[in-house]
Design a protein around this ligand. Structure first.
Ligand code: SF4
Ligand code: SF4
Length: 144
C-alpha cells in the first residue's frame, strides 16, 4: 500500500473538519454511551438535545447536530468541548477508507486538512488500526 512506510500527519487544530461545510458525525452505541455519560444524561435525553436523525429511507442514523453555520454542536473557539469523548468518526480521521484508497485520494484530502503531510510519521500499523476501527462501525440504527 502507498502507506506501508507510514504517513506524516499532525492535527494543526484549524478546526476545518469540525466546521465550514455541511457534514455528518454518526454515532455508534459506544460513542453515545460515552457522550451521554460525559453530560450525565440518559441516552435518549442526549439524542434529543445534541443529535439529529438522518433519514436513510427505511431507517435513521444518529448524527451530532450542526449549527446554522455548519459548526459541530460541540465546537468552541478553543476546539472540541468533548475531545476526550469524541466519536470514533472524529478519532479515526483522516485515516478513513475513502481517504486511504490511494496516494491520490490522500493528497486530495490534504487540500482540506493542513495536518496531512505535517508532523511525525504515523506508522502503517497505526494507520491500519484506525482503518479497522472505522470499518463498519456499529452505528446506531433506528428503525422507522
Ligand atoms: S482539518 Fe486536519 S488539521 Fe484541521 S482540525 Fe481537522 S484534522 Fe486537524
Ligand atoms: S465532536 Fe468534536 S472533534 Fe468531532 S466534529 Fe464535533 S467538535 Fe469536531
Amino acid at each position: 500500500m502507498f502507506y506501508d512506510n507510514g504517513l506524516r500527519f499532525e492535527c494543526q487544530r484549524c478546526l476545518y473538519c469540525c466546521s465550514a461545510e455541511p457534514g455528518y458525525v454518526y454515532l455508534s452505541k459506544h460513542d453515545l454511551e460515552r457522550l451521554a455519560r460525559k453530560f450525565s444524561l440518559d441516552e435518549d435525553e442526549f439524542i434529543s438535545r445534541y443529535c439529529r436523525l438522518v433519514d436513510f429511507g427505511t431507517y435513521f442514523l444518529v448524527s451530532l447536530q450542526e449549527r446554522p453555520d455548519y459548526d459541530c454542536i460541540f465546537l468552541t473557539p478553543s476546539g472540541c468541548m468533548v475531545y476526550d469523548a469524541r466519536p470514533l468518526q472524529c478519532r479515526t480521521y483522516p485515516f478513513w477508507k475513502n481517504v486511504m484508497e490511494s496516494g491520490e485520494s490522500w493528497k486530495q484530502e490534504a487540500e482540506s486538512c493542513p495536518g496531512i503531510g505535517k508532523g511525525p510519521v504515523v506508522p502503517a500499523r497505526e494507520i491500519r488500526k484506525r482503518l479497522k476501527d472505522g470499518e463498519e462501525p456499529p452505528y446506531i440504527i433506528l428503525k422507522k
